[in-house]
Design a protein around this ligand. Sequence first.
Ligand code: THG
Length: 911
Amino acid sequence: MKTIPQLITERILILDGAMGTMIQQYNLTEEDFRGNRFTDIPGQMKGNNDLLCLTRPDVIQDIHRKYLEAGADIIETNTFSSTIISMADYHVEEYVDEINRAAVKLAREVADEYTAKTPDKPRFVAGSVGPTNKTASISPDVNNPALRGVTYNELVEAYYQQMRVLLQGGVDAILIETIFDTLNAKAAIFAAEQAMEETGIKVPLMLSVTVSDVGGRTLSGQTLDAFLASVQHANIFSIGLNCSFGARQLKPFLEQLAARAPYYISAYPNAGLPNSLGLYDQTPQEMALQVKEYITEGLINIIGGCCGTTDAYIAEYPALVKDAVPHIPVGKPDSLWLSGLELLEVKPEMNFVNIGERCNVAGSRKFLRLIQEKKYEEALSIARKQVEDGALIIDVNMDDGLLDAKEEMTTFLNLIASEPDIARVPVMIDSSKWEVITAGLECLQGKSIVNSISLKEGEEKFLSYARAIKQYGAAVVVMAFDEKGQADTFDRKIEICGRAYRLLVDKVAFNPNDIIFDPNVLAVATGIEEHNNYAVDFIQTVGWIKKNLPGARISGGISNLSFSFRGNNYIREAMHAVFLYHAIQQGLDMGIVNPATAVLYTDIPEDVLVKIEDVVLNRRSDAAERLIELAESLKTTTADTNQAVKQDAWRTENVEERLKYALVKGIGDYLENDIAEALPLYNKAVDIIEGPLMAGMNKVGELFGEGKMFLPQVVKTARTMKKAVSILQPVIESEKQEGTISAGKVLLATVKGDVHDIGKNIVSVVMACNGYEIIDLGVMVPAETIVQRAIEEKVDMIGLSGLITPSLEEMVHVAVELKRAGLSVPLLIGGATTSKLHTALKIAPAYNAPVVYLKDASQNAVVASKLMHADSKEQFVRELEEEYKNIQKKGTPQSDLVSLEEAQENKLKLF
Ligand code: THG
């Protein structure tokens, strides 16, 4: 019988549709989800779909059967959330093995049954592995960007546990799906390889990404190209896209992926875009029409359905794929791929890649001091400046005897991840300690460079480090060191580089493009004769590597060259320019440099150039002395070249514009001064929030909607907003009339199952500024807690926030619980997926007090004040009821499809 890899070249394979949508059709109750075994577990179990593998196996098999009947070649196990991390939410993490085992058995039985019926159309089972409900690249707390809700290692462990059971149960493939954070995905890939290695069961590895914005980035901010670089190390069978959009909106991103990814391509879109009730109502025929374009344009090899799809959608596919030509994957790239949030492709013909050297505690006194004093914000500005100055990669080194290098590396890289202008570029993790290198690799979603390994501890260590780096998915700098020490001559350099290359390529199967040799840039003109030929040896070695070690790149720490001219930046920079000029001609690909350097080879005056070239090219025995002499004389006449600080253009605008700009760009550095300058111009401090700061936030909303900003950037602007507000807060307090009482007590919570709180935090700030006392319960708040605290605190109002679709149902649940507890305080509803329609049709009827939908944070204070005063409340509630009645009369609109723009606008309502 044919396998998936055999069939994929023959025809387009059909994957099943959504599990969740199908389960909904069975109208299962809390009791169904619990069965007899899980009656005593606290909280709600409804919604824990994977648990049905144990409690309603009949339903799951029925769904599998329907999909096979519809023509699916591959069905997915009902294990999307079956990891200890996701199951912890439901307090059933101890059953994870059992769920996975049962899930494979259920799918396997039905698939085999169908294969037996039609052996010429074998049916397969893919083990579904979801992203978990935690993200390793984004902080769960706006106030602490270095924090992580889950670590790489925790993810590896959880995924390994799941995949082992899936493999042993007999899946035909592993499908890592709905990838929204590449670091989670890298952990899953790591675990998959480990599980396959240890069980000895090897199956195709399929990946499926979710794009989260109209710009086509993942939630964690990577472009699809950057993502491809990040997972390039893995043995991937297919890659594709699922969820987020309907087939039409997904198409441009699918085209982009198919054009670059050297794998088979899959797609399983949603049934169109959700309407304002969070429902998908594109018909199977409409969806099929859009999917047909994928097929006729040769974009795909595997097609299925995600949110909103059922067997009726999948049943449309067999006719579409019949006689269709499958996509032919593009070839593997023959270049070095690196990534941060964006791809950096180092092509052989590329001129030179500069790596910023300044985030190095051993290479910059200032950076060392900032890290010692934990002034991370300023330390980050060093990184940002390097990127602004053109660094295409940044080197980060925390090796210092008095620092906890591992911890500092983790903190700093996590902080960089929250700075999109820095995180854009790949990172070079610079350390001589292995544990610091691995700690760094476990923080970075992009494809990074490890700097460095060498043969100095022997072949075995070298090979084991190289294998680990390959598994982590990084490129590597190999220093020309061996058991005998550092190579300082041409012969020694080429001997070591040649040997290391063979070991990496032959024994580790390291991608030659991922090998970067560093033949040691050593200081010249030191006064020691043996050093005079160091630069020449390096440059010659560069030429040799280019000719003899195909694919490998060459780099070096350029500033080492001029150590003996410390204190004379002009001479140092001129020496670097000369050295680079000659080394690049021989093929030097990259170098660790000060990106702010101002001296160009062509700018160096003839007499100086001659003396420097005499040194660098070792042209005369007294070259060093002559250069030292020149340096002495220049020192007294030439001012340091790179001291002049450029004033940013935006700083010359008026203060409102500056505040707005700072908000949009997420720059917190000047807020103190700018706010101090703005205060006298306004009546009240709160007007600054509602004026320029809100204007900035609105601009952010606009840019995000247009796909010109992506989520991590938006998060950063929210942080800047918070900072601005915290500066204004004391002023607002002092402006309050003596003896004013609280305007009202408001409880805020992001509902259970949802972790998004930026919008809620802004609401909290805006309302506090308007005199309300805020009780913020944070994120993932269960209904019971909301009820309990509302009673205890005797609140005047409750605000619920939610960004993801399942939160809609959870809000209804909260309303039911509030009513059950006899509460009648008004409920405010806000957040990306919420809508007036859903509020009117679903939440309001479940409660017996006003339920108000709020479009954005600026409305809260106005509405709250109306609700606080008896006279205005009466009229407000009357109007609200009238409006809801009208909406309810119209019923659920069938074709209330929101446009893509609206969907994005929805997302932003919470900011
Ligand atoms: N190869 C590889 N990695 C490396 C090096 C290398 N990493 C570290 C180093 N060498 C490259 N980085 C630097 C960074 C700064 C300086 C030199 C090399 C430097 N700093 C000033 C000095 O020491 O005079 C500091 C001035 C200041 O305090 O601001 O020159 O070779 N693979």
